[in-house]
Each structure stands twice: as C-alpha cells, then as structure tokens.
Design a protein around this ligand. Structure first.
Ligand SMILES: *[C@@H]1O[C@H](CO)[C@@H](O)[C@H](O)[C@H]1NC(C)=O
Ligand SMILES: *[C@@H]1O[C@H](CO)[C@@H](O)[C@H](O)[C@H]1NC(C)=O
Ligand SMILES: *[C@@H]1O[C@H](CO)[C@@H](O)[C@H](O)[C@H]1NC(C)=O
Ligand SMILES: *[C@@H]1O[C@H](CO)[C@@H](O)[C@H](O)[C@H]1NC(C)=O
Ligand SMILES: *[C@@H]1O[C@H](CO)[C@@H](O)[C@H](O)[C@H]1NC(C)=O
Ligand SMILES: *[C@@H]1O[C@H](CO)[C@@H](O)[C@H](O)[C@H]1NC(C)=O
Ligand SMILES: *[C@@H]1O[C@H](CO)[C@@H](O)[C@H](O)[C@H]1NC(C)=O
Length: 256
C-alpha cells in the first residue's frame, strides 16, 4: 500500500476545508465557488491527523489531475460548502499535460494504462483514509470526465460511496450504471462528443431502471469539461459550471 502513497508528487491528494459557509446559490459570479485565483487546499501525504467529520466529499478529477488549478479551486469550493474534501492523485504524479496535443502525449496509451485496474486501488486508498483515519461515516463522490466514471463505480454496493455526482463522465460502461447502489446526479454538456445526445438519453433511461433517486441536468452553451474548465468570460459557461457545482452540493446535502 505504501507505494500508492508515495507517487511522484508524494501526495495522497488535496485536502480542503476552505472555511464552511452557507451553500445557498448566489446567482452567477458570486458566492462560494471560485473560478480562478489561488487554491487554499493543501497537499499532504497520508499520515492521518485530520479532524473528524460525518460526511466527506471524494473529489475524482479529470485527466488533468490534482495539480490543475481548476480542480484545486473546485475541491476548495466543496470545502466551503461544508464538506471535508479529499482529491486523490489518480495518476501517481503524471496526469495528462494541460495541452493534450502535446507531441509527447499519447491519450490512447494514457487511457489504456489508467484503466480501472490501475485507478480503483488509488481511489480505495482515499476511501480507506477517510473511513479509517478521518473517521467519516459517509462519502459523497464527485467526478469529472475521467473521474465521472469512477463516481459511478464507487457508488456501487460495498465500494464506499453513499451518493454520487458526475459531470460529463467519459468511458462509462452500461454495467457500471446498472451496478450503482446509491443516489446519483449527473450534469451533461450540450456539446460533448464523449456523451452525445443519444448516449445521454440512454444513460438517463438506464438510471431510470435503477429505482434509486437520480437526476440529470443539461446545460446549454457548454462543452465537455465544463464542470471544471470553462471560459470565465462566457456567461453560459459560468452559469453551467456554477450551477453544476450547486447541483452536486444540493445532491449531497439531500442524499449523502
Ligand atoms: C476570473 O473569473 C471571473 C468570473 O468569476 C471573471 O470575471 C474574470 O475575468 C476571471 N479572471 C481571469 C484572470 O480569468
Ligand atoms: C503544477 O502546476 C503549476 C502551475 O499551476 C506548475 O507550475 C507546476 O509545474 C505543476 N507541477 C507539476 C508537478 O506538474
Ligand atoms: C499511441 O498509443 C497506442 C497504444 O499504445 C498506439 O497503438 C499508437 O500507435 C500510439 N500513437 C502514436 C501517435 O504514437
Ligand atoms: C490494466 O490493464 C491494461 C489493459 O488490460 C494494461 O495495459 C495495463 O498495464 C494494466 N495496468 C495495471 C496497473 O495492471
Ligand atoms: C464543441 O466542442 C468542441 C471540442 O471542445 C469544439 O471544438 C467545438 O467548437 C464545440 N462546438 C460548439 C458548437 O460549441
Ligand atoms: C442503452 O443502449 C444499449 C445499446 O448501446 C441498449 O442495449 C440498451 O437497451 C439501452 N438502454 C436503455 C435503458 O435504453
Ligand atoms: C471566451 O468567451 C468570450 C465571451 O463569449 C469570447 O469573446 C472569447 O472569444 C472566448 N474566449 C475563448 C478563448 O474562446
């Protein structure tokens, strides 16, 4: 287990308790969500010692990982919403470069080497940390793109999460949808080649077969990734990102 805890960055991940305030939606461009600026969460090696909290947010990143400023800021935002938030390093210190067209980067190979067999154990470490070291009773998983699939995977029976939110999940498989065992909410982009309208409707129909509480929200003027990375000058994208965040917070407040 120790090798999982000493990746290149030497991190378990980000842990944020950004100062708890009300999560009441403030309208576009205000309130507890930060779209840019400096993250206040800290990185730490798995050494225990965090305070106890009943419910924690497990933040599952996109391929850009925990070093991406937007991921850190969003983890902070869940901290401000009242949840101890832990974002495990899903890539052992080597996430995708921020420019995927980087000539040295092969996304096909990257995704092949970061399948569930490689990723599940890293998520397990964070869950074990939250349950055994921090002592939380419930876990709310929030996942984005790459991490969205793992929000589904970890709200399955016995996997550790009690409720889940996923924004524009990628590579999600039907058996992973059928296996969920807790309430799940999803945010979808209007323009998403990884989840086009037919697939989105199919996923929604599959959620309807689970007999669990679920919700699916579609945000106009958004593209794949909008839950994390947006053009902060575009009002529809700002609205989409902020509302998807409050969608997750309300979901966790109600169902986790
Ligand atoms: C930061 O985000 C705000 C919206 O909250 C936007 O008005 C501003 O232009 C952004 N600043 C930068 C440097 O991106
Ligand atoms: C993390 O991101 C910062 C910029 O936000 C960059 O300067 C730094 O090199 C990155 N670190 C790693 C290990 O990628
Ligand atoms: C990317 O990786 C895949 C799988 O390893 C390989 O088949 C493909 O040729 C690689 N593409 C490039 C441009 O190197
Ligand atoms: C996971 O499986 C893929 C494909 O089956 C393989 O290429 C990769 O090496 C495996 N990774 C680990 C960590 O076992
Ligand atoms: C859809 O997303 C792709 C990839 O992000 C982008 O190139 C394209 O311009 C977008 N189209 C619209 C209509 O937003
Ligand atoms: C979803 O799509 C698959 C084919 O990709 C199909 O077998 C399945 O019946 C669809 N599920 C629902 C609930 O529509
Ligand atoms: C961001 O959005 C603004 C407002 O819609 C637009 O003028 C600008 O071109 C966009 N920037 C990028 C890089 O797409």
């Amino acid at each position: 287990m120790q090798q999982l805890l000493t990746p290149v960055l030497g991190l378990l991940g980000i842990i944020s308790r950004a100062g708890f305030v009300s999560a009441k939606p403030p309208g576009i461009g205000g309130g507890i969500i930060a779209l840019n600026g400096t993250s206040v969460g800290h990185e730490q090696v798995y050494n225990g010692g965090e305070k106890k909290s009943d419910t924690a947010v497990l933040y599952l990143t996109d391929v850009y990982g925990i070093n991406l400023t937007e991921n850190r800021l969003l983890a902070d935002s869940f901290g401000r919403a009242g949840y101890l938030t832990v974002a495990p390093d899903l890539f052992n210190g080597t996430p995708s470069p921020v420019d995927m067209n980087d000539p040295g980067f092969n996304i096909t190979e990257f995704l092949a080497t970061h399948g569930p067999n490689a990723t599940d154990p890293l998520v397990d470490v964070a869950i074990k940390y939250l349950k055994d070291e921090v002592g939380v009773k419930k876990i709310a998983a929030t996942g984005y793109c790459f991490g969205g699939r793992y929000a589904f995977r970890f709200v399955a029976e016995g996997k550790g999460a009690d409720a889940a939110f996923a924004a524009h999940p990628s590579l999600l498989e039907d058996d992973e949808i059928a296996a969920i065992a807790g309430p799940l909410s999803m945010a979808a982009a209007e323009n998403d080649s990884m989840m086009p309208p037919d697939r989105r409707n199919n996923i929604t129909a599959q959620l309807g077969l689970t007999d669990l509480p679920y919700s699916v929200a579609l945000y106009s003027g958004t593209s794949h990734g909008f839950g994390v990375r947006i053009n902060t000058s575009d009002p529809q994208q700002v609205f989409g990102k902020e509302t998807a965040f409050y969608q997750a917070v309300n979901w966790f407040d109600s169902w986790a």
